[in-house]
Write a new protein. Structure first.
Length: 175
């Protein structure tokens, strides 16, 4: 199956939740220097337009999701609002211990954003399945889990999370 993002976008009258999420967070960086967006080797064209403009607030952590959680903890402990973005299986299952110890045990205000929950990346094989992400995060204290149903509810939830001072997990569909 050949997946062309531009063709998928043309088929829908709504924006992708990922694009809405990135725009909502990054457009707030102009007025909030304590807002950080960490990502783990994720190509997101919607993020590209903000990378240079907010190069101190958008941190590319590479394929190192576990380290990204520790970096997020340090930033949050310094009174910053932090969003960590990556594929759902990698920011939940692969990072379970770091999330439990570095984020939840201290209860820092970080939002983990997982994209492609469930079988969203099934075409990439079983390493990319995220069928247990809710169960894993639910088992860790101090988390609130959000699953928006469309781009409108995604924007509402991002704005809500920005004004909260707690630990969150936001699950987004791939497209």
């Amino acid at each position: 199956m050949n997946r062309k993002i531009e063709d998928l976008k043309k088929a829908s009258r709504y924006s992708f939740m990922r694009d809405v999420m990135v725009d909502t967070i990054c457009s707030n960086m102009k007025d909030n220097k304590n807002l950080f967006f960490l990502n783990a080797d994720m190509g997101a064209p919607s993020l590209d337009k903000y990378r240079e403009k907010y190069d101190k607030n958008i941190i590319h952590c590479g394929i190192s999701e576990q380290n990204m959680m520790t970096v997020a903890c340090g930033l949050a402990l310094d009174n910053n609002k932090v969003f960590c973005y990556g594929m759902s299986p990698f920011v939940t299952a692969r990072c379970y211990e770091q999330i439990k110890i570095s984020l939840a045990a201290i209860n820092v205000p970080v939002c983990i954003i997982g994209i492609g929950s469930g079988l969203g990346y099934a075409d990439a094989g079983p390493t990319h399945y995220a069928t247990e992400d809710i169960g894993l995060i639910y088992s860790i204290p101090n988390f609130t889990i959000y699953t928006p149903s469309d781009s409108i509810s995604c924007k509402i939830l991002i704005n809500k999370i920005m004004n909260e001072n707690k630990l969150n997990y936001l699950r987004l569909d791939r497209d």
